[in-house]
Ligand binder design. Structure first.
Ligand SMILES: *[C@@H]1O[C@H](CO)[C@@H](O)[C@H](O)[C@H]1NC(C)=O
Ligand SMILES: *[C@@H]1O[C@H](CO)[C@@H](O)[C@H](O)[C@H]1NC(C)=O
Ligand SMILES: *[C@@H]1O[C@H](CO)[C@@H](O)[C@H](O)[C@H]1NC(C)=O
Ligand SMILES: *[C@@H]1O[C@H](CO)[C@@H](O)[C@H](O)[C@H]1NC(C)=O
Length: 443
């Protein structure tokens, strides 16, 4: 694998690749899944694989068909994110048992990770089906902080020819990760800067291509911004807000650079103004006579008694919300209270009503109307009573002055009553006359 990038000058390349990149794992922190207890305790330290002494090796617990454990891992923490070129592993050898050892190590995987855990990491090598050499090297062009060795012997899996399924362990004598020991550089001599917009300043150690871009960037060397309407890591988030004048959102944050469009607010400009507010940043309140106003433009729906774009014009000859109802034709001059449509007695009334409207909306008018009608009724009733009394007094005389009776009349009803009364008295008078005749006759 190490020869992948070296086609013609093989010898030169081997030397170059193996010897120029830095040893990133030497003396770094290492750990493994479970150490084998005595008698292997002296050789079970995970760090034996990074001491550069090939005679001291690690040993984890056995895995295999006879063992309770079925998986194992070993990992080194490089101490930071680096551009990696290769991994070289020296496995434990026992004289005369080379093929058994190769069968035990067979099938392992190498992961590069930024967190130290296999989920979310990048697989850079998977062994098989051939058995690995005990001095094993692979290119592993990645960037990361952790390199993880992993192996398993699971039940019910048929492994390739030569794989051992009993007493499998790590037995790593050396684990050498090669790459550039300065962060953010690449090239055979680790002397070129990775492109500015590569994520974590890491890039392909040989040609400088970014593995991933910083938020809001795209392209092989991340030299392009996200296309309009998109933002964020991998440019895979869609702008959600309503930016000023319909502009696109910030390609990194998704926010609006120039602020929100009128009628919109919130961190991401994705919230409409509250009812009653409008305009830039929803900072303007709708005019006082608006019942509701649209958050985008100030278009009002007016409270009762008002009309016009800003609800500043009073209703004339009409009433209600937006002056939508015409006053009744039965009102004098077809004018009415512009809030509730009641007919008005005179202009003064209207003014008084406007003045009082704010705190005492309807009661005074009702009370005034009630008292006026009460007084009128009292006058009518007393007039009636007086007229009856007058007539009764006149009954005592023999002549009835009809014109006098009609003079006391105030209304039609009253007149009727008076007329009735008059005719009654006429009848009485006639009978009285008859009586007189009778009396005369008798005499
Ligand atoms: C290895 O690292 C340890 C700390 O982790 C340090 O004390 C020691 O000096 C280092 N050894 C070498 C040879 O750099
Ligand atoms: C492993 O192989 C490489 C090249 O083939 C060689 O340079 C290195 O010395 C070997 N390591 C061991 C421990 O034999
Ligand atoms: C596996 O290890 C156990 C305990 O060390 C040993 O008894 C057994 O013989 C080993 N099996 C093989 C196939 O090496
Ligand atoms: C760099 O190498 C990678 C992997 O071989 C390849 O996918 C990419 O296109 C290369 N980039 C350039 C600029 O050559």
């Amino acid at each position: 694998m190490i020869y992948n990038n070296c086609n013609s000058y093989l010898i030169f390349c081997v030397l170059y690749s193996v010897f120029t990149y830095d040893d990133l794992s030497y003396n770094k922190t290492a750990s493994q899944s479970r150490r084998v207890a005595w008698p292997f305790s002296d050789v079970s330290n995970a760090k034996n694989a990074v001491d550069r002494n090939a005679l001291s090796c690690t040993k984890a617990q056995y895995i295999g068909l006879n063992s309770p454990d079925k998986t194992l891992w070993w990992k080194v923490d490089l101490g930071g994110v680096y551009n990696i070129y290769s991994v070289n592993i020296i496995f434990k050898n026992y004289k005369g048992y080379e093929s058994r050892q190769r069968g035990r190590f067979a099938g392992f995987s190498l992961y590069v990770s930024s967190t130290g855990y296999i989920p979310g990491s990048t697989l850079c090598y998977k062994d098989g089906p051939e058995l690995p050499p005990l001095n094993f090297t692979t290119t592993c062009i990645e960037s990361g902080r952790y390199v993880i060795f992993y192996n398993e012997r699971l039940k019910d899996i048929i492994y390739p020819e030569g794989y051992k399924t009993l007493n499998v362990s790590t037995e790593l004598c050396e684990f050498i990760v090669k790459g550039c020991s300065s962060p953010g550089v690449y090239g055979n001599n680790c002397d070129k800067r990775c492109p500015n917009n590569c994520k974590d300043s890491t890039c392909h150690i040989q040609n400088g291509t970014c593995f991933a871009c910083k938020s809001g960037r795209t392209g092989e060397i991340c030299n392009r911004e996200c296309v309009i309407g998109w933002y964020g890591e991998n440019c895979n988030r869609r702008c959600a807000g309503h930016c000023k004048d319909g502009t696109t959102c910030n390609h990194v944050t998704g926010q609006c650079n120039e602020g929100c469009d009128t009628g919109w607010t919130g961190f991401m400009c994705d919230k409409a103004c509250q009812p009653g507010n409008y305009g830039k940043n929803c900072s303007r309140a709708c005019s006082p006579n608006c019942k509701t106003c649209r958050h985008k433009d100030i278009l009002c729906s007016c409270k009762a008694g008002w009309m016009g774009d800003n609800c500043t014009t009073e209703c004339i000859g009409s009433y209600g919300e937006n002056c939508q109802y015409p006053c009744s034709v039965h009102c004098i001059n077809q004018t009415c209270d512009r809030f509730n449509g009641n007919c008005l007695c005179d202009g003064k009334y209207d003014n008084q009503r406007n003045f009082e409207r704010t705190d005492l909306p309807t009661h005074p008018l009702w009370m005034v109307a009630f008292f006026v009608s009460l007084i009128i009724h009292i006058i009518f009733i007393s007039a009636t009573l007086m007229s009856r009394r007058k007539t009764f007094l006149k009954q005592k005389s023999t002549t009835v002055d009809k014109s006098e009776i009609s003079r006391t009349s105030v209304s039609n009803t009253e007149q009727n009553t008076s007329t009735n009364t008059a005719s009654n008295y006429q009848e009485l008078q006639i009978s009285k006359n008859e009586n007189n005749y009778q009396t005369l006759h008798q005499e």
